[in-house]
Ligand binder design. Structure first.
Ligand SMILES: [Mg+2]
Length: 281
């Protein structure tokens, strides 16, 4: 009788242990999956989302415009067409933007995993910052999703808050590259006077251990009321060339603008994240 009681007690203990273990493992899985489901901005309220859908249904051309933007057929635009503000807002705040970003990052990780790396400490991946590593969606959600003219003053105020969330998909790539031994280089058209706040913002959002943070000279932005008129391609391509000259091998390059990835040396492979909110030539 005593033996049966002991066996029953053991069984009970096992059942209790199992009951405790399942939620723990489940929780752990959810934690691991968090980067792909993390919220960078609250989703558009139902009513607004509905109006966005109606606008999208009525204005197929906004979808065509966005495709033109992403394929670099529509270039040199200064603002999102007024009739597409709801469409772009709905895209950015709904699931589609995140899903589109996940496709890009999944491809980038598959490519990185396929590389035969020599682990010489010189293999790097170039990351753009805005709308690539950090998301300024909290700002643009309050400023017409790019349908209103760019306001350098208010945008810089936002930048200096240092509160931009990470784009979770890019953070996933960043961490994967870290595991693979590929070093990160941030290359941004933010300027030197924004170095400290940018570095702090990146660290707070989970980026760490980067090889370089390359910014434009502060003087480059002076006198510009809006976005700088000159192309950033010579600057970014020039910085990549300097990396190459210093013995680095750029195995990959990712940005939200074509100007992040155009101009030799581009890198072993380039990846373009979606961004229908603004254009930087
Ligand atoms: Mg960018």
């Amino acid at each position: 009788m005593a033996t049966m009681t002991t066996a029953a007690a053991r069984l009970l203990l096992l059942l209790v242990a199992a009951a405790v273990a399942v939620p723990f493992c489940s929780g752990a899985d959810e934690a691991l999956a968090a980067p792909t489901t993390a919220i960078i901005h609250e989703l558009r309220p139902r009513q607004a989302a509905l109006s966005g859908q109606l606008a999208a249904r009525a204005g197929i051309k906004c979808g065509s415009w966005r495709l033109g933007v992403e394929t670099h057929n529509v270039i040199g635009w200064e603002t999102v067409p007024a009739e597409c503000e709801n469409y772009v807002g709905n895209y950015m705040l709904g699931d589609r933007y995140r899903h589109d970003s996940q496709v890009v990052i999944n491809e980038a990780i598959a490519y990185a995993d396929s590389l035969r790396l020599c682990h010489n400490g010189k293999e790097v991946w170039v990351f753009d910052v805005d709308e690539t590593s950090l998301s300024n969606l909290p700002y643009y959600a309050k400023h017409g999703f790019g349908a209103k003219p760019y306001n350098a003053t208010s945008f810089l105020e936002y930048v200096f808050e240092g509160s931009a969330p990470a784009l979770p998909e890019t953070l996933r790539l960043y961490h994967r590259l870290h595991v693979l031994g590929v070093k990160a280089v941030f290359l941004t058209d933010r300027t030197e006077d924004e170095r400290a706040v940018t570095a702090d913002n990146l660290r707070r959002q989970g980026y760490y251990g980067w090889e370089k943070l390359l910014l434009k000279p502060a003087a480059a932005a002076t006198g510009a009321a809006g976005r700088p008129q000159e192309s950033v391609v010579p600057f970014k391509a020039g910085e990549r060339q300097k990396l190459r000259d210093a013995g680095y091998i750029i195995v990959g390059n990712i940005g939200d603008q074509w100007s992040d990835i155009l101009g030799a040396p581009e890198g072993g492979r380039t990846f373009k994240l979606p961004d229908p909110m603004y254009y930087i030539g």
